[in-house]
Ligand binder design. Structure first.
Ligand SMILES: [Zn+2]
Length: 259
C-alpha cells in the first residue's frame, strides 16, 4: 500500500500505550483523519517532534480502506506553535483546532479550510501584545470556515425573506434562522437576540478578506464582547454544544483560567 504525503495540522493527540499516540490531523489533501503514530514518544522516532498540538507538518500516512485508524509513518515538522506573551493567542490557537474538528467530517477534504486554519495559527503563534488582533483573527477564521461549510450567517439581509436588513441601531439576529431578520420575519420566532448594528457591521467586515480589516483601529471592547457572544451562541446551536475553549476567548475572561 502506498503512503500518501500531505501537509497537516495536529488538532488533537491522545496517548496510546506506552510510547504511541492516536493523532487527529486536519490534512490539506484528505481532510480530517485519525492516525496511529507508533512509537511517537520514543527518542529518535520517525516523527521528529512534529506531533505537538497545533504543529504544522508534512506527514506520510497509510490510509485504511475501510474503517479503523490510518497509520502515520512519518511526520516532519514545518512549524511549531510558539507560546509568547499573549494568553489569548494561545487560547485562540487551541480554539481553531477545536473548531476545525467540530466543523469537519472525517475524510472530507476542503483545502481552503486547511489554508485559513494554517494562516490563522501561524499569525497567532508567537504573538504577544495586542489582543484586538487575536480576536479579529479568530472571528475571521470562524466566519470563513462557516462560509466554507455553507453556514455563514446572513448579515446584510433577512435570513428568511432576503429583504435588506433595516439599518436601525439594533438588529434582530436569529440564532436558529442563520442570521439577521427583518422586523416582519422576527415576529414569533425563538432564539432571536437583539444585536447592535455596529457589531453586525464588524462581523460583516471580518467575514471579508484581511485587507479590509487588518489595519483598522481597534474595535471597542463592547463590540468584541457582543461579537464573541453572538459567535459562541451561533456555533453552539450549529454544533449542538458549547465549544470548550470558547469561554476563554471573551474579553472579560482574561483573568479566568481553564479548570
Ligand atoms: Zn424577512
Amino acid at each position: 500500500m502506498a503512503a500518501d504525503k500531505t501537509p497537516a495540522i495536529v488538532i488533537r493527540t491522545v496517548p496510546f500505550g506506552e510510547t504511541s499516540s492516536v493523532v487527529t490531523l486536519y490534512t490539506r489533501e484528505f481532510g480530517k483523519l485519525r492516525a496511529l503514530a507508533k512509537g511517537a514518544w520514543r527518542p529518535k522516532s520517525a516523527f521528529d517532534g512534529a506531533l505537538d498540538l497545533l504543529s504544522i507538518c508534512q506527514v506520510l500516512v497509510l490510509r485504511k480502506v475501510s474503517g479503523g485508524l490510518d497509520l502515520l509513518t512519518e511526520a516532519h515538522l514545518g512549524s511549531r506553535f510558539r507560546v509568547a506573551g499573549s494568553l489569548p493567542a494561545v487560547y485562540g490557537g487551541m480554539y481553531i483546532a477545536e473548531l476545525l474538528d467540530a466543523l469537519s467530517a472525517d475524510a472530507d477534504p476542503q483545502q481552503e479550510m486547511f489554508d485559513v486554519a494554517e494562516t490563522t495559527i501561524a499569525a497567532l503563534s508567537g504573538h504577544s501584545g495586542d489582543e484586538d488582533v487575536v480576536r479579529r483573527l479568530v472571528i475571521h477564521a470562524e466566519l470563513t470556515m462557516l462560509r466554507l461549510i455553507g453556514q455563514a450567517p446572513t448579515l446584510v439581509h433577512c435570513a428568511e425573506c432576503l429583504a435588506p436588513t433595516a439599518q436601525h441601531s439594533r438588529v434582530a439576529f436569529g440564532m436558529l434562522d442563520g442570521g439577521t431578520l427583518c422586523a416582519h420575519c422576527r415576529q414569533g420566532r425563538r432564539g432571536v437576540v437583539s444585536v447592535s448594528a455596529n457589531t453586525i457591521a464588524s462581523m460583516h467586515l471580518l467575514s471579508g478578506p484581511p485587507a479590509g480589516w487588518k489595519d483598522r483601529a481597534s474595535f471597542p471592547a463592547a463590540i468584541h464582547g457582543e461579537l464573541r457572544a453572538v459567535m459562541n451562541t451561533y456555533l453552539s446551536h450549529l454544533v449542538g454544544r458549547r465549544l470548550t475553549v470558547s469561554r476563554w476567548l471573551s474579553p472579560d475572561s482574561r483573568t479566568a483560567r481553564p479548570s
